[in-house]
Ligand binder design. Structure first.
Ligand SMILES: NC(=O)c1ccc[n+]([C@@H]2O[C@H](COP(=O)([O-])OP(=O)(O)OC[C@H]3O[C@@H](n4cnc5c(N)ncnc54)[C@H](O)[C@@H]3O)[C@@H](O)[C@H]2O)c1
Length: 369
């Protein structure tokens, strides 16, 4: 099936939905103020809002401002600490273990990736493992930090169970994203993917918007294929490449969960349904300093060569252009920074209602069709 036919692509573009076009800075400022209303310091509230809006800008609305409501609800319930107070539990030249003390996962993620980059500069590379943490959203946000410093960045995380280990019909492994970025002289190359046909977040968003999901995305609780996102939410998403996708997720649970000392798969408390317990999620953020191995200019020359070679390859019928990992998202990001972000009316109204609920002045004017 052509990806352009997926209903998710229509959600990204807002086709078939009532949408509002909003300026990205205004959306970020409004979300920041919402998080500040729940006692988050301004700098941290900015980071969370920035990560959410980056997802909306990049055409990843499943992990964008649609999540503002659930993150606020968890802060309000007291199961996430509004103030991030990390504790470094172990420190070696090229690996660090950080206890996030149940702070917001995006704030922890930015802190950990910046720490990985700082230590990679001194030691060539560094892996920062994080425990006692929460949902990190769009995983690609973090490796981009490393790429902006001339490094290769890598992130994965443990996650709620959404994938059945190959051969089982029970969701057990997390729908853990894997994101890796490399710098170029322009935008970084960024692969950011769930080990499943799609992120469970896309199934959750389809359910919120009342749209069906394509065949091949999800299985219901009995392990049978479904196009009903509500049934998919109760079941699992289909791993990419069968045992290979479930194998990738297994290693995300090992790195993000077991080695970090955090929880994994079924032992991670759910983002959406458990308002009594912290999630106890774990992650890893890694950076490789390119200049420790090769002059950054030489690396960038070599990147330009491989990109040129790939772009010039013969295309299959119907394909107008060969894209690099992350290229579609980066292009959309630039366009939306200029022209505004289309958000569906459902999410727009939800954000408006959150302002009323938390006493924050709603400041999102539609700026176009
Ligand atoms: N925090 C969590 O627990 C969690 C869990 C799962 C997923 N996620 C996030 O969900 C998001 C969506 O994940 P997904 O797997 O559904 O992503 P996806 O299927 O939309 O894209 C995966 C990757 O494929 C690349 N790609 C897509 N079409 C391409 C093309 N035509 N040519 C070249 N490259 C192309 C994209 O650039 C991207 O890097 C990600 O941002 C991920 O981090 C987060």
């Amino acid at each position: 099936m052509n990806k352009a036919d997926f209903s998710y692509e229509k959600i990204v573009k807002g086709e078939g939905f009532q949408t509002h076009t909003v300026k990205w800075e205004a959306l970020r400022d409004y979300c920041k103020r919402l998080f500040m209303s729940q006692s988050m310091p301004e700098e941290d509230a900015f980071t969370v809002a920035d990560a959410l809006v980056d997802a909306d800008l990049s055409g990843v609305p499943s992990h964008g401002t649609t999540r503002t409501q659930i993150y606020l609800k968890r802060l309000e319930a007291g199961v996430v600490n509004p103030v991030f107070k990390p504790v470094i539990e172990k420190e070696n030249p090229a690996s660090v273990l950080v206890n996030a003390n149940n702070g917001n996962g995006m704030v922890a993620g930015k802190y950990a990736m910046e720490l990985a980059c700082k230590k990679a500069r001194d030691n060539g590379s560094c892996f920062v493992f994080v425990n006692h943490s929460n949902h990190i959203g769009m995983a690609g946000y973090y490796p981009k930090i490393a790429a902006s410093k001339g490094m290769i960045g890598f992130t994965t995380t443990s996650a709620n169970p959404g994938i059945a280990p190959w051969g089982s019909r029970q969701p057990f492994l997390g729908t853990s994203p894997i994101a890796i970025a490399a710098p170029t002289r322009g935008d970084p190359v960024l692969l950011d993917m769930a080990p499943s046909q799609v992120a469970m977040g896309k199934v959750v968003l389809a359910a919120k918007l009342g749209t069906a999901i394509p065949e091949g995305w999800a299985l219901d609780a009995d392990g049978k294929p479904t196009t009903d996102p509500n049934e998919g939410k109760k079941g699992s998403v289909v791993p990419i490449g069968g045992p290979k996708g479930s194998g990738l997720s297994f290693f995300s649970q090992i790195l993000g969960g077991i080695l970090s000392g955090a929880q994994y798969g079924p032992h991670v408390n759910t983002l959406y349904y458990d308002f009594k317990n912290p999630q106890e999620m774990g992650h890893v953020f890694a950076a490789i300093d390119i200049s420790g191995l090769m002059d950054l200019n030489v690396f960038q020359d070599r990147m330009e060569t491989i990109i040129r070679e790939i772009k010039a390859l013969p295309r299959i019928e119907g394909v107008m252009e060969i894209f690099l990992p992350g290229e579609i998202e980066m292009r959309l990001r630039k366009q939306r920074m200029r022209e505004g972000i289309q958000i569906t009316d459902v999410v727009y109204q939800e954000l408006k209602d959150l302002g009323e609920k938390y006493g924050v002045q709603f400041s999102l004017e539609s700026c176009g069709e």
